[in-house]
Design a protein around this ligand. Structure first.
Ligand code: ATP
Ligand code: MG
Length: 237
């Protein structure tokens, strides 16, 4: 595979938090390749470094050492302006804690990436309403996050990450607040709307009910990727 056919390449990534006695090394030499066209799941025990890894991949955090490229681009080697422009166009991120804007309605939250991309607010909000409708939230588009349940907020966060058609979507526990049936429906929708041969999705999850949506599963433990497998059966071995 050429560099461009890989959505993500991580080589020997190292990342620590803090200094001295309180230093915690969250990534201890991570090697990982995510292919264009695949949904890769990333699973492992709490605290093993999953959120840290996807934050480095999405350039929300900087690694201390090692290399990370998204579609062949090393975001660390871009200027801040270039990095922000690349990230807002090409990467959608679903935060573990949703991170919605409290004063904006559901539809306005979803519209943000389109507005950043230059679309008129009214048109962007309309598109936000349409996507939320597909996600079963058609009657809640005008509500602010505080008036939505956790599962409803989670769907707004997912819609916001994919509305602008980014080449890479990174989701941190995207079904943690959803019941089994809604979780399945949302995973189906994410795959349908956000995945084709030129795009890729990384999903951090503990939810074994959604493993069947993965093309491959990466097993993480103590700051490293132990193995990458094709099915949940192999993952358990
Ligand atoms: N901002 C931070 N400051 C200090 N330590 C941190 C910070 N963020 C994470 N850590 C530590 O880094 C390690 C990896 O954390 P991370 O959040 O990446 O784990 P995780 O696999 O996503 O866990 P979970 O499944 O609970 O979300 C943990 O030991 C955590 O305590
Ligand atoms: Mg986490």
């Amino acid at each position: 595979m050429t560099q461009e056919e890989f959505a993500v390449t991580c080589k020997e990534l190292i990342k620590s938090y803090g200094h001295g006695e309180t230093k915690i090394t969250a990534l201890r030499g991570v090697n990982l390749e995510v292919r264009s066209g695949e949904m890769m799941m990333l699973a492992g025990p709490s605290g093993c470094g999953k959120t840290t890894l996807i934050s480095v991949i999405a350039s929300i955090l900087n690694q201390d050492n090692g290399e990370c490229k998204v579609y062949g681009h090393d975001l660390n080697h871009m200027s801040k302006t270039e990095r922000i422009a690349f990230r807002s166009k090409n990467i959608g991120f679903v935060f573990q804690a949703f991170n919605l804007f409290p004063s904006l309605t559901a539809a306005e939250n979803v519209a943000i990436p389109l507005v950043i991309g230059g679309m008129d607010i009214k048109e962007a909000t309309q598109k936000g309403c349409e996507l939320l409708n597909e996600m079963g939230l058609g009657d809640r588009v005008s509500d602010v996050p505080a008036d939505l349940s956790g599962g409803q907020q989670q769907r707004v966060a997912i819609a916001r990450a994919m509305i602008h058609g980014p080449r890479l979507i990174v989701c941190d526990e995207p079904t943690s607040a959803l019941d089994g049936h809604t979780g399945q429906k949302i995973m189906e929708l994410i795959k349908k709307v956000a995945l084709d041969e030129t795009r890729a999705i990384i999903v951090v999850t503990h939810d074994s009910r959604i493993f069947s949506f993965a093309d491959r599963i990466a097993k993480m433990e103590d700051g490293q990727i132990l193995k990458v497998v094709n099915s949940y059966e192999e993952f358990e071995d």
